[in-house]
Design a protein around this ligand. Structure first.
Ligand code: HEC
Ligand code: HEC
Ligand code: HEC
Ligand code: HEC
Length: 390
């Protein structure tokens, strides 16, 4: 090659290279964010028992999406199923609140594999687009700009010329072989999201909605997937809540109170529980040391959270709840609020009468009834015992 030609060659190469670069930049511009949940299991919001349990909740999920809308666009928001609560009176109220919240949050599609009969009218009322394996509507087409997305719960309903997104409750290992562009499962496995480099793209929703899954797809000119990233969005205290979803949750809390109204009317039953005040007479120093622990304020924590009438919370924040003569409500059994002496030492009536019934030694098993992995993830018997010992 002759010397004078070289600069031209370089220049030509440079131009070609930068053209390629800008072409790929253009191609990279075509993205779609898939925001997904699955396996929420009726968890409207975290209990807030410990800092580690503070992530998640529908009000924050909605707040996050609203705040980040511009950065997330274009996106599609789907739930892969196992969202509803158990079919109990309180569970039904949760399911109602959940479906209403989904609508407010703006879910494009929610997979409800088995829609319980009581929830069917609710679905109509909320207008949520739901897919059911039992009903006629098993697939919908969602449009984002020029892109058409076939969202389905039917593994056989892939469509040509669209991006195919399957929602399933199958385990991740099975979902991988289904051959869809993207599969989101609600199997509840805590797999760390999708493999970030290779297809097929399979991801499972984070259990109890603690985190929001985000898959950023890169698409080529024909709308085919050319690459992707997956990340978890945590939903901690720093995320501002959506006030509209909070309204729905408040309505739920009020209905739970309504549900337990009859409890409130019950008169306290005679039973073996005395309440901490009855122990003062003979064990004053123990009473005082107990009063200085958080156990004595456990009911106040629920009142602060607006949950002091919620059976699902009261069970661990009071004394003898659900047992004969135990806590019913603050008005009926004011002497049994909080985690009192008898939670650890056993009911005290016989003991106080004749000191004849010494309570057994307090051991770790007693604590673990309430200090579960979920509600007290940092629990360490030795360390915690140190803090409450009198
Ligand atoms: C299985 C028992 C259990 C249930 C059910 C439970 N809690 Fe708790 N809660 C605990 C324990 C144990 C702690 C203390 C955790 C720790 O510090 O390790 C706690 C702590 C708390 C605190 C204090 C947090 C702080 O740092 O000040 C709040 C508030 C709370 N719970 C609210 C709730 C609400 C609301 C519910 C119902 C939705 C609920 N809890 C249900 C066991 C329970
Ligand atoms: C009936 C349920 C229950 C039982 C049983 C129970 N706890 Fe707790 N514990 C709680 C609740 C609820 C809280 C949180 C109170 C709050 O702040 O609202 C708590 C808080 C605590 C804290 C304060 C945590 C902190 O970080 O300051 C310690 C320590 C503790 N418990 C130790 C124990 C030990 C040790 C046992 C067993 C010997 C035990 N608890 C048994 C319900 C229980
Ligand atoms: C969170 C659990 C817990 C609570 C609540 C609690 N205690 Fe204790 N208590 C213990 C533990 C642990 C010991 C140590 C002895 C043992 O292991 O049995 C103890 C010991 C005692 C002892 C015997 C001390 C000795 O010399 O053997 C008395 C009396 C006592 N507690 C009274 C009370 C009274 C009264 C209250 C309520 C005002 C109370 N406790 C609340 C856990 C608790
Ligand atoms: C009328 C006085 C009296 C009352 C009221 C009373 N105790 Fe006692 N308690 C005693 C005496 C006395 C002992 C010591 C008994 C012994 O050494 O055999 C004792 C011992 C204990 C012990 C040590 C372990 C054991 O069983 O021997 C615990 C724990 C205890 N009491 C808890 C309580 C709790 C909790 C209450 C309230 C529900 C309570 N007591 C109410 C008098 C009382």
């Amino acid at each position: 090659m002759k010397k004078p030609l070289r600069p031209f060659l370089f220049a030509a190469l440079f131009l070609l290279f930068s053209a390629l670069l800008s072409f790929s930049a253009w191609a990279d511009d075509r993205v779609l964010n898939i925001l997904y949940t699955g396996a929420i299991r009726g968890e409207l919001e975290p209990c807030g028992c410990a800092p580690e349990t503070q992530s998640g909740g529908l009000a924050r999920l909605s707040g996050f999406i609203n705040a980040e809308r511009a950065a997330l666009d274009p996106f599609i928001l789907v739930d892969a199923g196992n969202a509803l609560a158990a079919d109990t009176p309180q569970g039904r109220l949760k399911t109602e609140a959940l479906l209403k919240s989904f609508r407010v949050i703006g879910y494009d599609v929610a997979a409800l594999f088995d829609v319980p009969a009581f929830a069917r009218p609710l679905l109509k009322e909320t207008g949520l687009r739901a897919l059911s394996s039992k009903a006629l509507v098993r697939s919908v087409t969602v449009k984002r700009g020029h892109l058409k997305i076939n969202v389905s719960v039917d593994p056989n309903a892939r469509k040509n010329g669209m991006l195919n997104l399957l929602l399933t409750d199958k385990p991740v290992s099975e979902a991988a072989s289904l051959g869809w562009d993207v599969v989101i499962t609600s199997s509840g496995e805590t797999t760390e999201g999708a493999d970030k480099t290779t297809g097929p793209i399979v991801a499972s929703g984070y259990p109890k909605g603690e985190k929001l899954g985000v898959i950023s797809l890169r698409l080529d000119g024909n709308g085919r997937v050319s690459g992707f990233d997956q990340r978890w969005q945590t939903l901690g205290k720093d995320v501002a809540e959506d006030a509209r979803v909070r309204e729905v949750l408040k309505e739920y809390d009020a209905k739970v109170v309504e549900l337990t109204k009859d409890e409130e009317k019950k008169t306290a039953l005679a039973g073996p529980w005395l309440g901490a005040v009855a122990c003062i007479e003979c064990h004053e120093p123990f009473f005082e040391s107990w009063a200085a622990t958080r156990h004595s304020k456990a009911f106040a924590s629920l009142e602060k959270a607006g949950k002091s009438r919620d059976p699902e919370c009261v069970v661990c924040h009071t004394t003898g709840y659900g047992k004969e003569g135990g806590f019913i409500s603050k008005t009926t059994t004011p002497g049994l609020v909080g985690v009192q002496c008898e939670v650890c030492h056993g009911p005290g009536k016989d003991h106080a009468r004749g000191f004849s019934a010494p309570s057994g030694p307090v051991n770790e098993t007693v604590c673990l009834k309430c200090h579960t992995k979920e509600n007290s993830p940092e629990f360490d018997y030795e360390l915690y015992r140190e803090k409450i010992i009198h």
